[in-house]
Write a protein of this length. Structure first.
Length: 115
């Protein structure tokens, strides 16, 4: 049984015949869904197809994912080809957006405005 099948089975047990609005999902299960969706999005899958795979409403999946996206996460700084002082930083978000060519101060301004 694949990971999506196991996760969907857990979701179905929580739903157990109730309408979507009457179901209270545990924080742990919500985080598992968010991790699954983020992994799928990084592979280029749509929210709609991921929500459908899990048997959850699209708005629920988007809301859970957005709610947890404001949290800080560990970052890894990698020097490209040995790196030089002239290299400019590249920002790659979890959702796959890539920002290149900005000076460190411009990148800082962008990050401040996005937060």
């Amino acid at each position: 049984m694949g990971s999506v099948s196991r996760l969907r089975a857990v979701i179905r047990r929580h739903q157990s015949g109730r309408s979507h609005r009457a179901v209270r999902y545990s924080s742990d299960l919500q985080q598992r869904v968010v991790d699954f969706v983020r992994a799928g999005r990084s592979r280029g899958e749509s929210y709609q197809s991921l929500a459908s795979d899990l048997g959850l409403p699209l708005n629920t999946v988007r809301r859970w994912t957005a709610r947890r996206s404001g949290q800080f996460e560990r970052v890894r700084i990698v020097e490209k080809n040995g790196g030089t002082a002239e290299d400019r930083p590249v920002l790659i978000t979890r959702s796959g957006h890539r920002v290149e060519g900005l000076s460190p101060s411009s990148l800082a301004v962008l990050l401040e405005r996005l937060s």
